[in-house]
Ligand binder design. Structure first.
Ligand code: SAM
Length: 189
């Protein structure tokens, strides 16, 4: 069985948008307790690589060979460990299910969520190979559109997925961005 109900969200996103392929390298940000890691590990298979990061400890996944890092993604130190774990080949897919601790204050929770989502976007731009895919959870609110446009500009295709409304998830959406653009060649080169 899966460790979290969110596993099914990732399975659904993968079914709809074809994110994972055998042999892929996947980075999972905000990975505890490990439900998305289980799904990613199944999809990439033994020839693939999965690296998860979270503030919380992630218990070992048993049969799956998954690398985990305990750390805060807003800290450079954690990004350093992540870069080392991913290696020179870069990542094929970066997913982030990071969420702030909820205060119940809508504007504050939204702002913190966008901050985490932007951290994930930075990591995706840094680690993804050209053509790579990025999935990020973000709470709805005033800054969502600007964030969405920033992500859209760097990828070939972007879709916004709202999970079926439920009491605790009605304000979250997933941005599914496919095909990181190749960096433009500077004029004159
Ligand atoms: N996708 C996970 C799964 O399937 O098991 C569930 C992720 S849970 C909804 C969100 C996670 O984001 C929490 O475990 C939390 O610790 C993590 N998180 C929040 N802020 C973070 C940060 N700054 N750095 C790393 N992880 C963070």
């Amino acid at each position: 069985g899966y460790r979290s109900r969110s596993s099914y969200k990732l399975k659904q996103l993968n079914d709809e948008s074809d994110l994972f392929e055998r042999g892929d390298t996947v980075v999972d940000l905000g990975a505890a307790p490990g439900g998305w890691l289980q799904v990613a590990a199944e999809e990439v298979g033994e020839s693939g690589t999965v690296v998860g990061v979270d503030l919380q400890r992630i218990d070992e996944l048993g049969d799956h060979d998954v690398d985990t890092i305990r750390g805060d993604m807003t800290e450079e130190r954690t990004r350093h460990y992540l870069r080392e774990a991913v290696g020179e080949g870069g990542a094929d897919v970066v997913v982030s299910d990071m969420a702030p601790n909820m205060t119940g204050e809508y504007g504050l929770d939204h702002a913190r969520s966008v901050h985490l989502a932007r951290q994930a976007f930075d990591v995706a731009e840094e680690l993804l190979a050209p053509g790579g895919d990025f999935v990020v959870k973000v709470f709805q609110g005033d800054d969502l559109d600007a964030f969405r446009e920033d992500v859209r500009a760097e990828f070939q295709y972007l879709r916004t997925v709202s999970p079926p409304a439920s009491r605790d998830s009605s304000s979250e959406v997933y941005l599914v961005a496919k095909g990181l653009n190749t960096a433009p060649v500077a004029a004159g080169d």
